[in-house]
Design a protein around this ligand. Structure first.
Ligand SMILES: [Zn+2]
Length: 200
């Protein structure tokens, strides 16, 4: 494998990129960032070659990684495109499933996790579609205060994950404009997702 850049850059092929060394450090061993090209030498071996040092934009230099050397596009604050936000909540509750033939018919508990998703246009003035703090306050008032450290059979006759998710939608929908989805995890690897009326 060649160890220096060929003089004739027309022999080069492949992507031009910011170089990282084997330890993921930009520029290699703490050195300045550089451009690399992937190319093939006379023996057909492919290698990376440093071809030029490149000053990074100041913003990228403050970041650990993930930027290329392109300029960041300016933000259009009048852009009203729709976006989605998700907020995660947790609560602990007991339940039993009276129609289930198995251990879940007995009283037991879960640490539930629920994701509340809203969609809407970004308001040009605030730059937001909704205030996270307002969402948290509404969910605390209308949902968590009713279920956390409670028996869900006091709310629903058959509190399966599916029925709980639908009930959460019905409880929150009047208070959260733009609600599009409720995702409820009963255990860490299993969830149900419900989109009720009004969801796009
Ligand atoms: Zn259960």
């Amino acid at each position: 494998m060649a160890t220096s850049a060929p003089e004739d850059s027309r022999q080069l092929s492949g992507e031009l990129c910011i170089g990282f060394d084997d330890h993921g450090r930009r520029g290699g061993h703490g050195g300045p960032p550089f451009l690399k090209r992937t190319c093939t030498d006379d023996l057909g071996k492919t290698g990376l070659h440093q071809v030029a040092e490149v000053p990074l934009p100041q913003r990228a230099a403050r970041c650990c990684s993930g930027y290329n050397d392109a300029e960041m596009p300016a933000i259009d604050y009048k852009d009203r495109r729709r976006m989605r936000l998700d907020v995660e909540f947790q609560f602990a509750a007991a339940h039993r499933l009276p129609r289930y033939d198995g251990p879940c018919s007995r009283l037991h508990g879960h640490n539930y996790k629920v994701f509340i998703a809203l969609e809407g246009e970004v308001d040009p003035a605030s730059g937001m579609i909704a205030d996270f703090g307002v969402i948290k306050a509404k969910v605390q008032e209308h949902l968590l205060a009713r279920v956390d450290h409670r028996d869900l059979n006091d709310v629903l006759e058959n509190p399966t994950a599916e029925n709980i998710a639908r009930w959460i939608w019905e409880v929150l929908q009047p208070h959260l404009p733009g609600l599009v989805e409720v995702r409820l995890y009963e255990i860490p690897d299993s969830c149900v997702t419900y989109r009720g009326q009004g969801a796009r």
